[in-house]
Design a protein around this ligand. Structure first.
Ligand SMILES: *[C@@H]1O[C@H](CO)[C@@H](O)[C@H](O)[C@H]1NC(C)=O
Ligand SMILES: *[C@@H]1O[C@H](CO)[C@@H](O)[C@H](O)[C@H]1NC(C)=O
Ligand SMILES: *[C@@H]1O[C@H](CO)[C@@H](O)[C@H](O)[C@H]1NC(C)=O
Ligand SMILES: *[C@@H]1O[C@H](CO)[C@@H](O)[C@H](O)[C@H]1NC(C)=O
Ligand SMILES: *[C@@H]1O[C@H](CO)[C@@H](O)[C@H](O)[C@H]1NC(C)=O
Ligand SMILES: *[C@@H]1O[C@H](CO)[C@@H](O)[C@H](O)[C@H]1NC(C)=O
Ligand SMILES: *[C@@H]1O[C@H](CO)[C@@H](O)[C@H](O)[C@H]1NC(C)=O
Length: 425
């Protein structure tokens, strides 16, 4: 039964969401932070975050918080939390980001409201809260979107409400649409729908995940974290934060020939007038900048240097895979990682997923589900306009090969997989 207080709450929520999305009220009337166009238009841009509006609070600097105590009967990391009010999603900044998130949050709000009225205020009802069992942690333009769509055909994997929350690396620190920053709770909200299904499953064997392609490499806010005060290189990384909250997660990483990755990245994210010549010019400049930095500083310092990355005309550093992985390996055991080569993945989807499901401890897909997995159209293929541009110049490729080769060798040694030596196959 609805009492008047709850009715008012529901009305407010409905009107709020109506204004927000049907009339686009807030988008029209709020000055958006520079990166917000990423969400509000179809255009892809480098997400440039407002570094000066960064705030770290007890809510988002999780290192000083106790991690949740997970329920042992669940395979996925989950716990129970009291519901004090149905309006738990009202200030969630992710509400602004997609219609499907809104719809799901309205549905759940109605559900919490029913639970609250049913139990008469004597004992609070609870909702199951979950964090990912595994992350698809990178890299951008290496097939993570395609992989994410297909892996979710598994009946035991439940999607969260947004493929790329980017919470750990970016959203956590940002003021969004002049509302409060996204707290840990807001991030967990994205898994409430999945948690519902995980709870329904009698054996509690279902799992959930997320696939922010920035997780593995983006630590641009490191200098602002109290744990890194006065350091010249970061000690505290995103990996440490995730480990602090969920020490047993599994991590899937997809890596592609770094030269091809870079070209694809340039085509996909670039707003500027793209051309093969422009790409060549940017690559040359960027390589010079990083080579110069490497002479004077540790490679690790250069890679985590935000100012250098902003000066660089292409996202060259993302291809230095071994540096990021080495840091992750210092936080999580190597067995928790499954590393996939984009080129192998593209050759055989079935073979890849067989191994991935084994790694995740899940049963294999049956025939029906496997056929469905294979029938999903490829995600994020190159746009026609960009296809017309053709391949990068041979000269550019050679420059990149020379730059990346020693790093690929480090990678091969680190992960003990000779076939990741892309330029010497
Ligand atoms: C960045 O944030 C600061 C502090 O909140 C604000 O004064 C400034 O206008 C913002 N800049 C942009 C480009 O949004
Ligand atoms: C609700 O609470 C009232 C008094 O507080 C009590 O009389 C009634 O039996 C309760 N109903 C249920 C379903 O618990
Ligand atoms: C932000 O959070 C503070 C403290 O939790 C609260 O008092 C304030 O009303 C919130 N502001 C907005 C815009 O939601
Ligand atoms: C960092 O340096 C500043 C200025 O030198 C100093 O006041 C502060 O205490 C230092 N912080 C830590 C954590 O060492
Ligand atoms: C792109 O090219 C057009 C026409 O050639 C020019 O007007 C525009 O200024 C260019 N934009 C940039 C960002 O260079
Ligand atoms: C090398 O690094 C030092 C200290 O960070 C800096 O002062 C100097 O300008 C750098 N030199 C070059 C050539 O970049
Ligand atoms: C495969 O599993 C799905 C449920 O995920 C089921 O609906 C379907 O009938 C199964 N197909 C076969 C051939 O077993």
């Amino acid at each position: 039964m609805l009492n008047s207080k709850k009715l008012v709450l529901l009305c407010i929520l409905t009107v709020f969401i109506y204004c927000l999305f049907v009339h686009n009220y807030i988008w029209k009337n709020t000055q958006l932070p520079s990166y917000a166009t990423d969400f509000t238009t179809k255009r892809k841009i480098f997400p440039v975050f407002n570094f000066s509006s960064f705030v770290i609070t007890k809510e988002n600097d999780l290192i000083n918080q106790y991690p949740p105590v997970f329920l042992p009967e669940y395979r996925n990391p989950c716990w129970l939390e009291d519901i004090h009010s149905a309006g738990v999603y009202l200030d969630n900044p992710y509400l602004h980001m997609s219609q499907s998130i809104q719809k799901e949050m309205i549905r759940l709000t109605t559900k919490w409201d029913k639970l609250l009225s049913k139990n008469n205020g004597t004992k609070l009802p609870q909702r199951l809260r979950c964090l990912p069992y595994f992350y698809i942690a990178g890299m951008p333009k290496s097939g993570t979107t395609d992989f994410y769509r297909r892996i979710n055909t598994h009946p035991d994997i439940i999607k969260c409400q947004r493929k790329e929350p980017h919470w750990w690396t970016r959203i956590r620190f940002q003021e969004l649409w002049r509302t409060n920053r996204s707290s840990f709770g807001h991030y967990i909200d994205l898994f409430d729908g999945a948690a519902e299904q995980i709870q329904k499953d009698k054996q509690h064997k279902k799992i959930t995940s997320e696939a922010s392609a920035s997780t593995l490499w983006d630590n641009d806010f490191w200098t602002k974290l109290p744990g890194n005060a006065n350091l010249s290189e970061p000690e505290l990384l995103i990996a440490n934060y995730i480990h602090h909250m969920t020490p047993k997660i599994k991590i899937i990483v997809i890596l592609r020939n770094p030269a091809d990755r870079l070209f694809s990245d340039y085509l996909y994210f670039g707003l500027y007038n793209k051309s093969l010549e422009n790409f060549h010019h940017r690559v040359t400049e960027s390589i010079n900048m990083y080579e110069k930095c490497f002479k004077n500083e540790t490679m690790r310092k250069c890679v985590y240097d935000r100012s250098l990355s902003l000066l660089s005309g292409v996202r060259l550093r993302i291809g230095l895979y071994w540096i990021y992985l080495q840091d992750w390996f210092s936080v999580f055991p190597k067995e928790n990682f499954y590393i996939i080569k984009t080129e192998d993945y593209a050759k055989c989807l079935k073979c890849t997923f067989k191994k991935v499901y084994r790694f995740l401890g899940l049963p294999q897909l049956n025939r029906t589900n496997e056929a469905f997995m294979e029938s999903i159209p490829k995600a994020n293929t190159r746009r026609f306009k960009d296809t017309k541009m053709g391949k990068m110049w041979k000269e550019t490729y050679e420059l990149l090969e020379k730059f990346y080769q020693p790093h690929n060798e480090r990678l091969v040694k680190l992960i003990n997989k000779p076939d990741f030596d892309w330029f010497n196959l």
